[in-house]
Ligand binder design. Structure first.
Ligand SMILES: NC(=O)c1ccc[n+]([C@@H]2O[C@H](COP(=O)([O-])OP(=O)(O)OC[C@H]3O[C@@H](n4cnc5c(N)ncnc54)[C@H](O)[C@@H]3O)[C@@H](O)[C@H]2O)c1
Length: 429
C-alpha cells in the first residue's frame, strides 16, 4: 500500500521532481495528491460507460489502484463488453447507462463513449449524484460543454476530463519553467500532430461502419479537431495562462477520399488578446514531424513532448565553423577576411537540455486517473481542472466551427466562465 500511497511526497518522487516548489502555482490540481487529504484505505466504486479502446485503457490504470474498484460496465456493443469482462469478470453489466446510474452503490463514472453521446450521459450522471470523468472532447458543441460545466458546479460533484497532459511530468515541469519566466515572454506557440494512416477501425460487417468508425462522420465527431487538437490547445493556453480571443483557419479532405466527412488536413490560427498566435496543424498522410507543442519565448524555446528546451543564446561556434559558414554564404567576395561583425546564424547546433533528468515512464494518464480516484473519495474538486477541460473543449469546438464556416470567430462572452480569464483572475472553485 505504501508504495502507491499518493501523498504529495510520493507523487513528486513518482514524477521525478524533488520538491513541490512552485509546482502548485502552475498546476494547482496537483493538490488532489495533498497528504492533508488522508484518503487512507477508502475505496471509490466506479462504473465504466463505454469500455471501448480508450475505456479499457483507462480501466487498466484503475485496476492498478487499490483505492478504485470497477463494479460495473456499460456498453451497447457486445464485443466491447466481452473484452472489458476479461479485465473485470465480476463487474455488473449494463447495456443502458441509465440503469448503471440507478445503482446507488456506484460513486463515480468514467465516460469513454463516442463524442456525440458525452453530454447527455454526463448530465445524467451528475444528476444521479456521481462524480464524473468524461473523455475529451467533453461536448459536441460549446453549449454542451457549458451545460456540463454548470451541472458540475450546481451538483458539486467532482469533474475531470481526459486531459492527461495536465498530469504529465514533462508538461508540469515545463509550465513551471515557463511561468517562472525562464524563456522570457511567450511570443508564439506552434502545435502540430501529423500521422500517416486512414484512422479507420476494422468493421466486422458493413452496417456497423458508422458505429465503429464514428470518428470519421460529422454526425458523431469533429474529426482531428475533437480527437487531437484539444490536447495541444490546452497546453498552449496553460502556457499562456489565458485563452485565445479569436480563431481562423482552413480544413479540407486532401488525401483520404474514402467517404469520410471529417477533414484530414487542417490549419488553425488562434490569437490571444496580446496578439500572440497559437497554431494547430494536422495532416494524416505524412508523419515525418510527428507531434509537438513548440512554445517560443524571446529567451528560449521549449518542446514538452520531446522533453527538451533550448535557450536563444548558445555558446559561439568555433572559429573554424564560422569560417565554413561564411564561405558557404560567399561573404568573402565583398568583405575583407575578418570583416563579419555580425554573429553567424549557423552557430553550433543547439541540442538543448532535457526538461527532466530521465524520460518519465508516465504520459500523465495514470496520474490523472489516480487524482480522480483521490478526488472522488474526498468529494473535493481540485482547483482549475474542470476549467482546463472546459476551455480545451471549447477552444477545439470554436476552431472546428471556424473551419466549417470559413470565417474568423471570436470566443463568445456568454461561454466564458465566471471570470474572463480563468487563470489570471484566480477564482478557485
Ligand atoms: N484522452 C485521450 O488521449 C484519448 C485517447 C483516445 C480516445 N479518447 C476519447 O475516448 C472516447 C472513446 O474513444 P475510443 O477510441 O475508445 O472509441 P471506441 O469506439 O473504441 O469506444 C467507444 C465505446 O463506447 C461504446 N458506446 C457507444 N455508445 C454508447 C452508449 N450510448 N452507451 C454505452 N456505450 C456506448 C461503443 O460501443 C464502444 O465500445 C472518445 O471521446 C475519444 O475522443 C481520448
Amino acid at each position: 500500500m505504501d508504495e502507491i500511497s499518493l501523498d504529495r511526497r510520493n507523487f513528486l518522487k513518482k514524477i521525478g521532481l524533488v520538491s513541490a516548489g512552485t509546482l502548485l502555482l502552475s498546476s494547482p490540481w496537483l493538490s488532489a495528491f495533498s497528504e492533508e487529504k488522508h484518503t487512507g484505505n477508502s475505496v471509490v466504486r466506479i462504473g465504466i460507460i463505454g469500455p471501448g479502446s480508450r475505456g479499457r485503457h483507462l480501466m487498466g490504470f484503475l485496476l492498478n489502484n487499490p483505492k478504485a474498484e470497477i463494479t460495473a460496465i456499460c456498453d451497447i456493443y457486445q464485443p466491447s463488453i466481452d473484452e472489458a469482462l476479461k479485465k473485470v469478470p465480476k463487474a455488473a453489466v449494463y447495456t443502458d447507462y441509465r440503469k448503471l446510474l440507478e445503482d446507488k452503490s456506484i460513486d463515480a463514472v468514467v465516460i469513454a463513449t463516442p463524442l456525440y453521446t458525452h453530454c447527455q450521459i454526463a448530465l445524467d450522471a451528475f444528476d444521479a449524484g456521481k462524480h464524473v470523468l468524461c473523455e475529451k472532447t467533453i461536448g459536441f458543441n460549446i453549449e454542451e460543454c457549458f451545460k456540463i460545466y454548470n451541472k458540475h458546479k450546481s451538483t458539486g460533484k467532482v469533474f475531470f476530463s481526459g486531459q492527461q497532459r495536465l498530469f504529465d511530468p514533462r508538461y508540469i515541469k515545463a509550465m513551471e519553467m515557463i511561468h517562472a519566466g525562464t524563456f522570457g515572454e511567450i511570443e508564439a506557440i506552434r502545435t502540430f500532430w501529423y500521422r500517416n494512416g486512414d484512422w479507420r477501425r476494422n468493421v466486422p460487417s458493413p452496417e456497423l461502419e458508422r458505429q465503429i468508425n464514428w470518428r470519421l462522420y460529422r454526425e458523431y465527431s469533429k474529426g482531428l479537431m475533437t480527437e487531437l487538437a484539444g490536447h495541444q490547445l490546452q497546453v498552449g493556453s496553460w502556457a499562456m495562462q489565458s485563452i485565445p480571443d479569436k480563431v481562423m483557419g482552413h480544413g479540407a479532405i486532401t488525401y483520404w477520399h474514402d467517404g469520410r466527412e471529417v477533414f484530414d488536413n487542417i490549419s488553425c490560427i488562434y490569437v490571444f488578446d496580446n496578439g500572440v498566435k497559437m497554431t494547430f496543424d494536422s495532416v494524416i498522410s505524412n508523419k515525418f514531424y510527428g507531434l509537438e507543442e513548440q512554445i517560443l519565448g524571446n529567451l528560449g524555446t521549449i518542446e514538452p513532448e520531446k522533453g527538451k528546451y533550448y535557450f536563444e543564446t548558445t555558446p559561439p561556434a568555433p572559429a573554424f565553423l564560422r569560417m565554413v559558414n561564411d564561405t558557404e554564404h560567399s561573404v568573402f567576395g565583398t568583405l575583407p577576411f575578418a570583416g563579419t561583425s555580425w554573429a553567424p546564424e549557423t552557430a553550433q547546433e543547439n541540442k538543448g537540455e532535457y526538461i527532466l533528468g530521465e524520460k518519465p515512464k508516465s504520459d500523465g494518464t495514470d496520474l490523472l486517473m489516480d487524482a480522480f480516484v483521490e478526488a472522488a473519495i474526498t468529494g473535493q474538486q481540485p482547483p482549475k481542472i474542470a476549467e482546463e477541460g472546459y476551455y480545451a473543449s471549447a477552444m477545439t469546438l470554436l476552431g472546428d466551427q471556424a473551419l466549417v464556416e470559413e470565417r474568423t470567430l471570436t470566443f463568445p462572452d456568454e461561454f466564458k466562465l465566471d471570470y474572463l480569464n480563468h487563470r489570471r483572475q484566480t477564482v478557485i472553485p
